[in-house]
Design a protein around this ligand. Structure first.
Ligand SMILES: Cc1cc2nc3c(=O)[nH]c(=O)nc-3n(C[C@H](O)[C@H](O)[C@H](O)COP(=O)(O)O)c2cc1C
Length: 197
């Protein structure tokens, strides 16, 4: 089966080229090398009004995010640690996923989700990674076995985009392998179930 899977990366900060965005790009580039189609929603594309369940997703950025998530076969989330948790920018974007509660695959259902947290120290990196994995569970996604907690005081990215800490770079590439593998297995299982009908 030669099915191309769509991997969507969501995260970063309002600053284009933030460390979380760089980490996302490493995962997406590695997924692309594994044959996936990739899409990044980061920086200004995440700037949308505060989610209000009474009004839904009206802003173009919100609609684009929801279309990308609905069409994704796998996701990668990345947030900086802000005061020990997910940044407001990223959490607000994730709150908008409530609009997919009635989708054919509600929220993140049936999909692997890689989670990456970036902080200036280990404590914030680890607590933010745990929060991203909790949100993924709440949205019915499958957090990949490997999550990445990146301490930017110990691991920096080169101008070319790679993480100069080989261990972190390897973790981000392994996360790409895990989301692509899970998405490919799901696609295969779905196509077998359809042909058995
Ligand atoms: C409002 C704010 C809160 C932050 N809180 C934390 C924190 O609790 N723990 C931590 O390690 N770093 C904290 N940081 C640092 C960011 O996590 C760090 O700058 C970021 O991960 C690096 O990404 P950048 O390239 O986007 O700056 C905070 C930064 C800001 C702006």
């Amino acid at each position: 089966m030669d099915q191309i899977v769509n991997v969507v990366g969501v995260g970063g900060s309002s600053r284009p080229g933030s460390t979380a965005e760089k980490a996302l790009r490493v995962v997406l580039d590695a997924a692309q090398r594994r044959g996936a189609a990739v899409q990044l929603i980061s920086g200004p594309a995440l700037a949308m009004p505060l989610y209000d369940p009474r009004h839904g997703a009206t802003a173009p950025q919100a609609r684009r995010l929801l279309a990308a998530v609905a069409g994704a076969d796998a996701l990668v989330l990345a947030s900086p640690a802000y005061h020990g948790g997910i940044s407001g920018l990223v959490k607000n974007a994730l709150d908008h996923v409530e609009e997919l509660s009635e989708d054919i695959r509600p929220y993140f259902s049936e999909r692997a989700v890689g989670c990456v947290a970036v902080a200036n120290g280990w404590q914030g990196a680890v607590s933010t990674l745990a929060a991203l994995r909790d949100v993924t569970h709440a949205l019915r996604g499958w957090p990949t076995p490997l999550g990445a907690a990146i301490n930017t005081s110990a691991a920096r990215f080169s101008p070319a985009g790679a993480c100069m800490d080989a261990h972190v770079q390897g973790q981000l590439e392994e996360m790409a392998a895990q989301v692509v593998e899970f998405a490919t297995m799901r696609a295969l299982a779905t196509s077998r179930a359809q042909s058995a009908r």
